[in-house]
Ligand binder design. Structure first.
Ligand code: ARG
Length: 658
């Protein structure tokens, strides 16, 4: 039961009798909200003011008229009209009790399945395999998994598809590495480790070459920036205030750009030094002077169906998949499909042909381009040398998904830095005829370190995903052990239990930290903070869940009988918790509306806080009357079940004790 939606449906006819435009009615209904202060009731309808303006009547009169016309009696107490025309709505206790009973006896906690289910394809995780997964991959994996779970729970059909990068340059790298430097004995015993070693080795050498090539240009740009700073500084001394202000702004902007360039140069120099300061690497790079081009050539041969490279690719791919599968199993993430880029390989030529035939793509400076209104640069679908691109594959993927699943929406859970790619892709797809499907780039920010920069290891490397998971789990083990050691009746957990609990708490904490931020912003990785026992963390909720379960264990309570009993709300602290429990549906609807899981985490945080306040004032097992005890047990049970269900939609588990 979604209370807000119910209220809207009760008010709709009354508003529709005054306003003929249905869209306007819906807009006005959006002005029904949860009341910020319980003084003003539980919900508040604020549409009388704008409506009064439109109708040329006093908002208070309009409010009275609507309240009289709407059928509200069973749901709310007689509404109070306040101030200029606010309508304050207080749910009837009987109605709240009945709704809670419905939730308590329902597997789905009273959450209705969508009346018009949609079909969603969710494209997430999608790492480039052959290189180890790193911290950047956690976000796509965790956010995508949570959205898939949530939409599915809401009754939609969800097809999860891991669009693996299994066809790119990284394979050219390991093929090159394998051909020159494989240690066969190692490859036989531990292929994943050996391939990863080869990848790292080749990418170091390639990066060396590329850095050498781009360093002069970067230095030239930095020098030009410094010059620009000097010029603007001179201008800033101008007597003309406007000129001087503009120049000062420019100085600030240029200094920032210069700083970024300097960082870029430092990183290029770092890559060069890493090879030059290593005797064996510098020897290798001399022997393989054009390794960067050679790697591209190996990739091109793979794409051109060269027998040897194809055989190697087939041999490597299963190992690469095993490697990422380890991470997925640990994170409890599953996909319906894993159609990687290679899956679309033989469809790409036809995509380009079709776009050319339809006059959507044309040649420009040797490349085949799609020119799109509103974009400076075109989208290239085939390079001069005949190679297809990431974009071409994504177009083929849209065509395939539309033919195969006829989805209403395709969600791409990908780093915000790919915004330009997706903007163009969607525009091109619409021109190509896919104009009724909802295409959404579900973008997210970067995981930052405590220094406010993208999270890196001390030596400046990207942090491997497995290492990150281990760090969270070992931090959790500390928290769980401390907690158990402080148990007044002595430690109660075996070391194996502690380890298992730590896995759930550690990984849960990590996922939660990611999901609880508005996904479009960057967030800081802080293992300690993300496992804090109080605050907006999964740990706080897992802890509350375990606490409720312990009440039931202590009381030896039969849940099935209990759940079907009518609640009697007596204490004032029971009501806020009851209302909060009923708002689960609203939180899910919010997440569904803008694909932002943080609405759900914010709700779970509010719910957990409400429960603690309730628990402070309302003894449960020792309640005064039998009726009160039962009511409180049901409220506790519902809280635990809602936390468990909510966390599970975030891909996070609970434990019975911790
Ligand atoms: N493999 C890509 C990367 O690591 C992400 C792919 C996202 N999905 C897509 N359909 N483009 O950057």
């Amino acid at each position: 039961m979604n209370v807000l939606a119910e209220l809207k449906s009760r008010f709709r006819p009354a508003l529709a009798s005054l306003v003929s435009d249905a869209a306007k009615v819906s807009e006005l209904l959006e002005l029904i909200r949860v009341a910020q202060d319980p003084k003003f009731g539980d919900y508040q309808a604020n549409f009388a003011m704008p409506l009064g303006k439109v109708l040329g009547k006093s908002p208070r009169d309009v409010a009275t008229q609507i309240v009289t016309a709407a059928r509200l009696d069973d749901l709310v107490a007689p509404p109070e009209i306040a101030g200029p025309g606010f309508i304050n709505l207080r749910l009837r206790d009987e109605w709240v009790a009945a709704a809670l009973r419905m939730a308590a006896t329902d597997e789905r906690l009273g959450i209705d399945a969508a009346k018009n289910p949609r079909t969603y394809v969710v494209d997430y995780s999608s790492p480039n395999v052959a290189k180890p997964m790193h911290v950047g991959h956690i976000r796509s994996t965790v956010i995508g998994d949570s959205l898939a779970r949530t939409l599915r729970f809401l009754g939609h059909k969800v097809i999860s598809d891991n669009h693996l990068g299994d066809w790119g340059t990284q394979f050219g790298m390991i093929i090159y590495g394998y051909k020159h430097w494989v240690d066969q004995a190692q490859f036989q015993t531990n292929p994943v480790a050996e391939l990863s070693r080869l990848y790292k080795l080749v990418s170091k050498l390639v990066e060396y070459r590329e850095s050498l090539k781009s360093l002069p240009e970067a230095e030239r740009r930095l020098a030009a920036k410094h010059k620009e700073v000097d010029e603007q500084k001179t201008l800033s001394k101008s007597a003309d205030k406007a000129v001087s202000k503009k120049a000062n702004d420019a100085v600030r902007r240029c200094l920032k750009q210069a700083e970024e360039l300097a960082e870029e140069i430092a990183s290029l120099k770092g890559k060069i030094a890493a090879v030059e300061q290593d005797v064996s690497l510098s020897k290798l790079v001399q022997e393989h002077a054009s390794i960067d081009e050679a790697v591209l050539a190996e990739t091109a041969k793979l794409h051109a169906d060269d027998a040897e490279n194809h055989r190697l690719w087939h041999e490597f791919l299963p190992h690469c998949r095993d490697e990422i599968q380890k991470v997925y199993s640990r994170l409890d993430v599953k996909f319906d499909y894993e159609h990687g880029e290679s899956f679309y390989h033989d469809r790409l030529a036809a995509v380009v042909e079709d776009m050319k035939k339809k006059g959507l793509a044309q040649e420009s400076q040797g490349a085949i381009c799609v020119f799109l209104e509103g974009f400076e640069a075109p989208m290239i679908v085939q390079k001069k040398d005949g190679a297809f691109l990431y974009s071409t594959t994504d177009l083929a993927t849209i065509a395939y998904r539309m033919e195969t699943w006829q989805p209403h929406a395709i969600l791409y859970v990908v780093d915000h830095r790919q915004s330009d790619h997706f903007d163009k892709l969607f525009a091109a797809a619409r021109k190509w005829g896919y104009d009724s499907v909802e295409l959404q780039h579900i973008k997210f920010g970067t995981v930052m370190g405590k220094d406010g920069k993208p999270y890196k290891t001390r030596s400046g490397d990207t942090v491997g995903l497995e290492g990150l998971l281990d760090e969270a789990v070992s931090q959790a083990l500390k928290v769980v052990s401390e907690n158990d050691d402080a148990n007044p009746s002595g430690p109660a957990l075996s070391s194996e239990e502690r380890r298992n609990i730590s896995e759930v708490v550690g990984l849960g904490g990590l996922k939660y930290a990611d999901l609880s931020h508005n996904r479009t912003t960057d967030y800081e990785f802080d293992a300690e903070k993300m496992l804090a026992k109080t605050g907006n963390t999964a740990t706080y909720m897992q802890y509350s869940y375990a606490r409720v379960r312990s009440i039931f264990a202590r009381g030896g309570i039969a849940l099935s009988v209990l759940r079907d009993t009518l609640l009697i709300l007596t204490h004032p602290a029971e009501r806020p918790l009851s209302l909060m429990l009923l708002r689960f549906a609203e939180a899910l609807a919010e997440t569904e509306a803008d694909y932002m899981p943080h609405h759900l985490t914010a709700y779970l945080f509010d719910l957990t806080k409400s429960y603690f306040t309730f628990y402070e004032y309302c003894p449960v097992l020792k309640a005064d009357t039998e009726g009160s005890r039962t009511t409180r047990l049901i409220l506790s049970d519902l809280t635990a079940r809602t936390i468990k269900q909510g966390l599970s939609l975030l891909g996070i588990g609970v434990v019975e004790k911790m």
